[in-house]
Design a protein around this ligand. Structure first.
Ligand SMILES: Nc1ncnc2c1ncn2[C@@H]1O[C@H](COP(=O)(O)OP(=O)(O)O)[C@@H](O)[C@H]1O
Ligand SMILES: [Mg+2]
Length: 415
């Protein structure tokens, strides 16, 4: 899955390279301690404990020799191909191999440093083939690749095992940020896909806001998902990271990104934002095309897209649509976000997905709303999950977020 590029790991490698005193082959604990010593991070015993667990995995990976995975040549099944395919299994009979190191599932509330620690670990993980992926992007890619496999091989009964082989051939270590399961189609695919990945001896590290046992629970189809939870438990250790401090809070706020209330004054302020970032371009209608779908954008102006909240979140749009918007428009402006109540759970869920896509891509977001992020969806199904979104929105309003978007490599400077 080389197509997935997660810019946040670039951010960390920048930070890591700032630690000039650390030896080249330092592990995650040494990197963490160096950053604390340099004053880049505040000391935090809970983070240190998780860094130690990741350090153990780092040590185990130094001597880990994963089997060579040969992607299945699905189109032509010659005798030779089938022998070549079975070779790794023939050479390393499963029962003769030592069990692979256990992965780590880091769970806790927002802003505790889960992603920061996973990225430190990823930056120094001693494996040639490794990938760090936001889970939302990973699932997008999985759906796309499954569609493609079926299209290219009409007779194929089950595309999941060949997909798992391709993924394993590209990466022995998969790091998932924001592991979450939101819909039944993903839930059904994931159980079998992960089982196949573990069979290929892939190591998984993940961050999440939800303990494995609570993933996809209290939803229709939850029982069918239980075996997947068991698979996670038997391959990954859960490490809780839940210190007192939410490190996302308390940053300097730029009050122009989230304007309350959504009145005429707010509209004028957003007009100015659109003018500033869309300078030199005329407003026009654009149609985005992706994965065989189209999405009309009524107001596009250079790098800016402007939407009414209802046109984005009251229609049945999903992660694919939001990712397409995020990728195409570095600056997203949304007018008139209403305060959401218990009857708006679906709208709130879409908004969460939208913000995940924008956050992960490092987009700039300017909105007018009738409530602050913390007050936007205080009660209703999914209000707990919304706390993470509120925290992200706070971070996306910070000056450092704006600075990062403008910096080289930030969303405004990408081609
Ligand atoms: N010990 C720390 N000292 C200072 N800043 C921290 C510390 N831990 C994390 N941060 C910063 O706080 C922000 C939130 O951390 P992050 O890893 O994104 O949290 P999470 O993934 O748990 O929501 C990041 O910008 C991160 O660099
Ligand atoms: Mg995170």
């Amino acid at each position: 899955m080389n197509a997935i590029n997660d810019n946040s790991s670039d951010r960390v490698s920048d930070q890591v390279s700032a630690s000039a005193v650390v030896p080249q082959d330092a592990g995650p604990l040494a990197l963490y301690e160096a950053r604390v010593a340099e004053g880049l991070l505040r000391p935090d015993p809970d983070q240190e404990r998780v860094a130690r667990r990741l350090d153990r995995l780092w040590t185990e990976l130094k001597t880990y020799r994963p089997p060579v995975v040969v992607p299945e040549p699905v189109r032509k099944k010659s005798f030779l191909a089938s022998v070549v395919n079975r070779l790794p299994a023939m050479l390393h009979r499963e029962e003769e191999m030592a069990p692979p190191p256990r992965g780590v599932y880091i769970v806790g509330r927002v802003g505790r440093g889960k992603t920061m620690l996973m990225d430190l670990f990823f930056s120094c993980a001693p494996l040639a083939k490794k990938q760090r992926i936001h889970f939302l992007s990973f699932m997008q890619e999985v759906h796309q690749r499954l569609r493609q496999l079926k299209l290219e091989n009409p007779g194929m009964s089950d595309p999941i095992p060949p997909l798992a082989k391709t993924i394993a051939a590209d990466a022995t270590l998969l790091c998932f940020d924001e592991f979450q399961i939101n819909d039944i189609a993903d839930a059904m695919i994931l159980g079998r896909l992960f089982q196949a990945l573990f069979r290929e001896r892939v190591i998984i590290v993940a961050t999440s806001n939800t303990v494995p046992g609570d993933l996809f629970q209290n939803r229709p189809g939850a029982d069918a998902f239980k075996p997947f939870i068991a698979i996670i438990h038997s391959n990954l250790d859960t490490e809780t990271l839940d210190s007192e401090t939410d490190y996302r809070r308390g940053r300097e706020q730029d009050d122009t990104t989230w304007v309350v209330p959504a009145d005429e004054t707010a509209r004028h302020r957003l007009d100015k934002v659109v003018m500033r970032y869309g300078e030199g371009h005329k407003p026009q209608e654009v149609t985005l095309e992706f994965s065989g779908r189209t999405l009309p954008v009524d107001h596009a102006q250079g790098p800016v897209a402007r939407f009414d909240f209802t046109s984005l979140c009251s229609r049945p749009l999903g992660p694919g649509d939001f990712l397409a918007v995020a990728k195409r428009f570095p600056v997203v402006v949304i007018d008139d976000i209403p305060a959401l109540g218990p009857d708006d759970a679906n709208v709130a869920r879409r908004f969460i997905t939208l913000i995940d896509a924008l956050y992960d891509n490092g987009n700039l977001l300017f909105v007018s709303a009738d409530a602050t992020p913390d007050q936007l969806f205080p009660a209703g199904e999914g209000a707990d999950a919304f706390a993470r979104t509120a925290s992200r929105l706070v971070e996306m309003s910070s000056e450092s977020w704006l600075a990062r978007a403008h910096a080289p490599g930030g969303c405004l400077s990408r081609p």
